[in-house]
Design a protein around this ligand. Structure first.
Ligand code: DQQ
Length: 464
């Protein structure tokens, strides 16, 4: 408890300054101050959404990893709660790495990775348990931790073994944990079973990647969606996912794709709410070292993304509809042909916190999107028809569905230095844009190389 109080005092000391930083997002969730990374253990509990996150209360850089905690009635307005977990230094714990939260016989229970030293991130990690008796306000670590060690695998050697994700299925608890097999440069998600979350048995690899899917997998998430199952993994690069079938502990991956076409989005985690919605959060990475003067905070959590399956069995990704409560002053355009010379900007709106929703038909243009500029800096957010790419600043990725067969549907969320774009409800791209300190962002619509027809465009200032 003493270490949690000390950690919270350290965050509090930086809170006011952090809030004044002109780059700091307004309506994205982030720690009150200091460093944050992966979302951990999101859960819908007693009518509220809870989220935990990797947190260094002592610096805007990674280190001393604790679990921060917050809750929300609506996925939009978040209230910070006391830090949930601090490393138990007396037990040799240096970091509380990522994990999940489930309700076991009415008891909120966290399963996470205990790291004892930097070497343990590769070899020697353990899975630890913590429970709460006061509706998740405070947490006690299980006195007989660890509940899982690498010995579970017998002769098989697993490396970078971390980030448990747990679910209940047919009267038992199951977990997937990420890593790779020693000597094999391929990511793997390993499957385990338990009756009580304490005694665990290793079953088998649920899924092993190929040589193009990364040398190691972090933060595996595995869940049913419609009549399919989805596996999401973070392979140190862009997050990838597979839609497939799962029966008798066998997962057959049928379709792989990128979950977000940007390297700035990482380490997903999921929750299922009372409306049976599968909601995904990710960490938006500002960088480990070169962080453009972020002195009091670093990192934020993506907007909540609701998953579904379309009739072809493809994953759909939409921003949570709750976000529309943030819409305030607005502007709209309809049935407008745009050529490369058209100069239309959304200047009547504050471009620093904005949502833009548009439906556009490509006539003969090669690129459609928005130029976001601030003093001398300018980035493009949109898509390239010829390359079949979605683009956001320096981030880009090829999509595997036609961008122009039907009118394209873009939802763009600008929040100070963060930009998230949802394309056709099928894929996303995230980027970071640092407007020169204190300067305003101007958003201009852009049709390059030919004509685009805006069927409908609505834009709103976002107010929290
Ligand atoms: N971040 C955590 C690990 C995880 C990694 C450490 C992914 O548990 O593997 O802060 O960003």
């Amino acid at each position: 408890m003493a270490s949690i109080n000390k950690a919270m005092e350290s965050v509090e000391r930086k809170r006011k300054k952090a809030q004044k930083c002109p780059y700091r997002p307004k309506y994205h969730f982030l720690a009150p101050a200091q460093w944050m990374n992966d979302p951990n253990g999101p859960i819908f509990y007693k009518g509220e959404y809870h989220i935990f996150y990797q947190h260094n209360p002592y610096s805007p850089r990674w280190g001393h990893i604790h679990w921060g905690h917050a809750k929300s009635p609506d996925l939009v307005h978040w209230a910070h709660l006391p830090i949930a977990l601090a490393p138990s230094r007396d037990l040799g714990e240096k970091h509380c790495f990522s994990g999940c939260c489930v309700i076991n016989n009415q008891t909120p229970t966290i399963l996470y990775t205990k790291i004892g030293s930097i070497l343990d991130t590769f070899k020697g990690a353990e899975q630890w348990l913590a429970t709460s008796k006061d509706d998740m306000l405070t947490w006690e670590k299980y006195p007989k931790n660890p509940v899982m060690t690498e010995d579970l695998h017998g002769e098989i050697k697993v490396r970078s073994w971390r980030d448990p994700y747990v679910w209940h299925e047919n009267d038992a608890w199951y977990a997937v944990i990420g890593g790779h097999f020693k000597g094999k440069k391929r990511g793997v998600a390993l499957l385990y079973r338990s009756q009580d979350l304490i005694e665990w048995k290793y079953l088998k690899p649920l899924c092993e990647g190929d040589s193009e899917q990364g040398k190691n997998w972090e933060c595996p998430n595995f869940f049913p969606l419609g009549d399919k199952h989805v596996l999401i993994v973070s392979p140190h690069g862009k997050v990838i996912y597979a839609v497939g079938t799962y029966k008798d502990q066998e997962f057959i991956a049928e379709k792989w794709d990128f979950f977000d076409h940007s390297k700035k989005f990482y380490a997903t985690n999921t929750l299922l709410d009372d409306k049976d919605r599968l909601i995904v959060f990710g960490w938006i990475k500002y960088g480990w070292l070169r962080t453009k003067g972020l002195k009091e905070w670093n990192g934020c959590i993506s907007l909540p993304r609701v998953l579904g399956l379309n009739p072809n069995g493809d994953l759909t990704i939409e921003p949570a509809p709750e976000l529309t409560v943030l819409r305030s002053k607005s502007t709209s355009l309809n049935n407008l042909e745009l050529s490369p010379d058209s100069k239309i900007s959304l200047e009547e709106l504050d471009g620093n916190c904005l949502e833009i929703a548009t439906k556009v038909k490509i006539k003969d243009s090669s690129r459609f999107g928005f130029k976001i500029s601030s003093r001398k800096k300018k980035i493009f957010v949109g898509f390239d028809v010829k390359k079949q790419e979605i683009i956001s600043g320096s981030e880009h990725g090829r999509v595997n569905f036609p961008l122009t067969q039907k009118p394209a549907d873009l939802r763009i969320f600008i929040d100070k230095s963060v930009i998230e774009m949802f394309v056709n409800g099928r894929c996303t791209i995230t980027s970071i844009f640092y407007p020169p300190k204190g300067s305003d962002q101007i958003v201009e619509i852009s049709s390059e190389g030919g004509v685009s027809e805006i069927l409908e465009l609505n834009a709103w200032e976002m107010k929290i």
